[in-house]
Design a protein around this ligand. Structure first.
Ligand code: NAD
Length: 341
């Protein structure tokens, strides 16, 4: 198990690896003064996970109340956060108590947002259970819900006091979710650590790879907490990726869409003489080994009309992320029509 300290806000302690769940009680006790913990969990999780977390908190002296959320992106709405507010109110949670979010990115985004906004902020502890949440969404303080047709339109930055990232939870993860998470793992390899590209394969990545992904995320969020510049690097492949997701009406999973987006950006980088010729093959090979599809070309035409909607675009220019070579990324402002080469 590894321990990290994120130098953000009041600071976030993270425990990462198999068996990290044993640190939940001590981490929660160190994080808050109160003795009540409000557990918000994804109702679709195997029952052993919330039972384990509840027992761990109780063993450290917390009185635990629990609220099961309906998971899935379609439920990531203000109404879900409002249900959590009702649960916190009924449980008598105060600002000195803890909210504990257990689940994937959807649960973490809702529970973190509710913790950030209830009574202007209750201590939040994140217990991520998907590969996406363990390598990405549990870290960096972005919380929020979808609104109308926009993803994550309502939200705020709110750092958890602790993240308990027990990779044993991943043993029950469905294959489809593993594959989707691998898109982001490979993105970390592509932007900052090319050895990850050589190491990935079928199956859940090792604790070492997961910890390396978290270290990369830590580096970028500490440098640019509010996502105003350098943190955009973490969005490599996401501009085309989000456009592919939107054009497919979200039938292409996020990690797969990011995979297509990364390959499209590498090809564009080659055309603009920004990207070395060894890059495409290294990333494509990692994607295929992880079980992702690399046939991005059929998706490009449909994606183009959605590019201007990207959050990193100001309507005419877009802040695009390119690779120089595997493991080395940079940001370049481009006119939107240059993206359509
Ligand atoms: N806040 C951020 O920085 C950030 C970053 C990336 C993604 N996100 C958000 O994360 C969400 C996607 O997250 P996700 O991919 O984790 O999806 P998710 O939360 O919907 O979880 C995917 C599925 O896996 C199931 N599941 C979770 N853990 C499990 C386990 N251990 N065993 C068995 N089943 C399990 C869930 O019930 C769900 O059906 C999106 O809403 C996205 O916007 C946020």
């Amino acid at each position: 198990m590894e321990k990290f300290f994120f130098d953000l806000g009041a600071g976030t302690v993270a425990y990462v690896g198999a068996g990290a769940g044993s640190m939940l009680g001590p981490a929660a006790s160190a994080a808050v003064n109160g003795r009540k913990a409000a557990l918000v969990f994804d109702a679709a999780l195997p029952a052993e996970h919330p039972a384990f977390v509840k027992a761990a908190l109780e063993a450290s002296g917390f009185t635990v109340s629990a609220h099961a959320l309906s998971g899935g992106e379609k439920n990531k709405r203000l109404s879900a956060a409002e249900d959590v507010y009702g649960f916190l109110y009924d449980s008598g949670i105060t600002r000195s108590d803890a909210v504990v979010g257990l689940g994937g990115g959807v649960t973490g985004d809702i529970a973190g947002f509710a913790a950030a906004t209830y009574m202007r902020g209750v201590g939040y502890i994140s217990v991520p259970t998907t590969l996406t949440a363990q390598t990405d969404s549990a870290f960096g303080g972005k919380t929020g819900v979808d609104f109308r047709s926009g993803k994550n339109l309502i939200g705020c930055f709110y750092d958890p006091k602790a993240v308990v990232c027990d990779t044993d939870f991943l043993k029950t993860l469905p294959e489809k979710e593993r594959v989707s998470g691998m898109g982001e793992v490979i993105k970390y390899g592509a932007i900052a650590d090319s050895s990850i590209l050589d190491l990935v394969g079928r199956g859940i990545p090792s604790d070492d790879i997961i910890a390396r992904c978290i270290k990369i995320k830590k580096k970028y969020v500490e440098a640019d907490e509010y996502d105003l510049g350098e943190r955009h690097i973490l969005n490599f492949g996401h501009t085309f990726g989000h456009a592919v997701e939107a054009a497919s009406d979200y039938s292409v999973p996020h990690g797969q869409a990011v995979a297509y987006g990364m390959l499209a950006m590498i090809r564009l980088g080659e055309k603009l003489s920004l990207t070395g010729s060894e890059t495409f093959g290294a990333v494509r090979s990692a994607l295929l080994r992880a079980g992702l599809d690399a046939g991005y070309e059929p998706y490009l035409a449909g994606a183009y009309p959605f590019l201007a909607l990207d959050k990193k675009s100001d309507g005419e220019m877009i802040s695009a992320v390119f690779l120089k070579r595997p493991g080395e990324a940079f940001i370049k402002k481009l006119a939107l029509d240059e993206l359509c080469l």
